[in-house]
Design a protein around this ligand. Structure first.
Ligand SMILES: [Zn+2]
Length: 199
């Protein structure tokens, strides 16, 4: 019989992506055993996230400043925007340090199954960024899933006629591949070999 406190913490943790009830209980036990050492660090890190992180009003990245460090960096190429589904994808691409432009986070992907419509994603804000001018290239870096590709085609269609080059990652990406899980070499290759979006 676990205490109410442990049950409550297990229940909270089991809602995290990738953690089911069993791993959550294991994590709680691990923390209980290390409540003098690892637990204070974790509490501090959680509080820092709660108190300091904000969403960038330009690109949707999560950072301690708004605009985020990437958008505020004047050395980055202002004429390129790389569009990703989620912040995790932005971080994966930026870890690879190959894209020198800025990003745009959609906040998900179109999905009939999950009821995600274009207006649920920040597609309007993206179109606005491009319409405001000064953008040469939009790289659609959606995941190589059916929904990712549907989203990419939808955006390309919306940008039809705008004076901008639309490219997408070369899909040497494994089918069903999520950017976040790819090693940096594969990501680099996909970015370097990016090609014009086919209608
Ligand atoms: Zn930003």
């Amino acid at each position: 019989m676990a205490s109410q406190e442990i049950d409550a913490l297990s229940a909270s943790l089991s809602r995290l992506p990738g953690l089911g009830p069993r791993s959550a209980r294991r994590a709680v036990l691990w923390l209980v055993k290390r409540r003098e050492t690892a637990l204070p660090q974790l509490l501090e890190a959680l509080a820092a996230v709660r108190d300091t992180l904000v969403e960038c009003a330009i690109c949707g990245n999560v950072d301690t400043q708004n605009p985020c460090g990437i958008c505020a960096d004047t050395r980055r190429d202002q004429r390129q925007i790389c569009v990703v589904e989620d912040v995790a994808d932005l971080w994966a691409l930026d870890r690879a340090r190959l894209f020198t432009g800025r990003y745009h986070v959609l906040g998900g992907k179109l999905s009939a199954l999950d009821g995600v419509r274009p207006e649920d994603l920040s597609i309007g804000a993206l179109l606005e960024r491009v319409q405001n001018g000064g953008i040469d290239e939009v790289v659609l870096a959606m995941n190589a899933t059916l929904e990712g590709q549907t989203t990419a085609h939808y955006i390309a269609e919306k940008m039809d006629g705008m004076p901008v080059r639309i490219t997408q990652l070369a899909h040497g990406l494994p089918v069903g591949g999520e950017l976040d899980y790819l090693d940096e070499g594969t990501l680099a290759q996909a970015l370097r070999a990016r090609r014009p979006m086919a209608g």
